[in-house]
Design a protein around this ligand. Structure first.
Ligand code: FES
Ligand SMILES: [Fe+2]
Length: 428
């Protein structure tokens, strides 16, 4: 247990606040053998972009492990321990073969599953007994997903219903490395309040790509659990309409966020078109942020990039128009929960961290954590959505706020009970 920082209740009190407590290790540490690390290793995670695997291998780091990912000449993707089983040369300098990868140093050749295919000049039977460490992979939606957990606990791949919506296809707008812990970036997923503050800078300066002026109204916020995580519910009054927006967190590191182009002006049924995103821990202080958009099939040219999602902008511009990267990375390399003051707008953060902690505890007890898929060919429903209903203004502002809150709750409950996008796709 870490001690909390002093609650400052006097002016000029920084002196009583000068010690920075330790991070919440149970939630933030993901290396081998840590409770959260073992939890994370029970799920499939995206680790690379399919298109970047051409004729060279790529060194990557995921969950604190150094790995090499490559595509052999027969098109199969391998994810192996970075260091060669012989004398540890990095396989990022390896040569791609018709089948597998050849270490540059003494030419040992490893198949995608780690089997040793060649051991030039070596006598004896070692070649048939030893393996290079390997993890299974699946290619989906233009990404390479890996399972890095115990082989006998490998779950089914969590195929996602939003990617089955007719007329749409996935496209990758951005892949970035954030120099901070994965969880503080994940906190943002369930924090809709920031959109009305942080992103207003972008909206006012006309640079944001993800939002429109309707987001400047914080709306009425609420949160609720789903079978695979949780959603935030933001309900806004737009003239004679009520617009209910659900942003979804999927255990343990993914999300489904509906289009930011919605402005609530036109009433319509629930629209489940949402992109996806993952915040994959590279290690405790670095995170691989992968966004996946859902774009109409007829879009010919897709322009990648999302404003403010990387540190490449000039420092002064980041200060003048700060965005997600700046706000979240600057919470420290690992945000210290014992220094936070969580308030009513952080209910989602509290709910999500509890869900993660419950999952970590389940794994420690030897159980499957919530969110694990065991049935083959399951398509999991998504709940990220926009719904706009024609509902006239209530007589007083107070009554209208109540009306918004109740409408948000009702719409979210209906969507969740009816099976989210899953139902929507079946009905078509
Ligand atoms: S170090 Fe790789 S083959 Fe010798
Ligand atoms: Fe944001």
């Amino acid at each position: 247990m870490t001690t909390r920082a002093n609650f400052l209740d006097e002016p000029y009190g920084a002196y009583f606040h000068r010690e920075v407590p330790q991070p919440d290790d149970e939630l933030v540490r993901v290396g081998p053998g840590t409770p959260c690390g073992e939890y994370m290793r029970r799920f499939w995670h995206p680790v690379a972009v399919s298109d970047e695997l051409k004729d060279l291998p790529k060194a990557i780091r995921i969950l604190g492990e150094d790995l090499v990912v490559f595509r052999d000449q027969s098109g199969r993707v391998g994810l192996l321990e970075l260091h060669c089983a012989h004398r540890a040369t990095s396989l990022e300098f390896g040569l791609i073969e018709e089948r597998g990868i050849r270490c540059c140093y003494h030419g040992w050749v490893f198949d995608v599953d780690g089997k040793i295919l060649k051991m030039p000049g070596v006598e004896g039977t070692l070649k048939d007994r030893l393996y290079q460490g390997a993890y299974p992979v699946i290619e989906k939606w233009g990404l390479v997903f890996a399972y890095m957990g115990p082989p006998d606990k490998r779950p089914e791949f969590p195929d996602s219903a939003n990617f089955h919506i007719p007329g749409y296809q996935p496209a990758i707008p951005s892949v970035n490395i954030w120099p901070c812990n994965w969880l503080q970036a994940k906190d943002n997923n369930v924090d809709p309040a920031h959109a009305a503050i942080l992103h207003v800078w972008e909206i006012e300066n006309g640079v944001g790509t993800g939002f429109n002026p309707a987001f400047a109204d914080m709306g009425v916020m609420d949160w609720t659990e789903t079978p695979f995580g949780m959603v935030y519910i933001v309900t806004r009054r737009i003239n004679d309409n009520v617009w209910v927006r659900l942003g979804e967190f999927v255990l343990p590191i993914s999300m489904h966020i509906p289009t930011g182009k919605e402005n609530g002006q036109k009433a319509h049924d629930t629209d489940f078109v949402s992109g996806a995103g993952w915040l994959v821990p590279i290690d405790d202080e670095n995170t691989l942020r992968i966004d996946l958009a859902l774009i109409p099939d007829n879009v010919e040219r897709f322009k990648p990039g999302i404003y403010g999602q990387d540190g490449d902008r000039p420092y002064e511009l980041r200060q003048r128009i700060p965005s997600d990267y700046d706000a979240q990375v600057s919470e420290r390399p690992i945000a210290v929960h014992a220094m936070e003051r969580l308030v009513s707008t952080d209910k989602g953060v509290i709910m999500m961290r509890k869900q993660l902690r419950d999952g970590i505890k389940a794994v420690a007890r030897g159980e499957d954590p919530p969110g694990i898929i065991r049935e083959e060919h399951t398509i999991i429903p998504t709940y990220g959505s926009n719904t706009v209903l024609p509902i006239p203004l209530a007589p007083t502002e107070e009554e209208d706020q109540l009306l918004l809150k109740e409408t948000g709750k009702r719409v979210a409950a209906q969507i969740i009970n009816q099976g989210g996008s899953h139902k929507f796709i079946e009905d078509r």
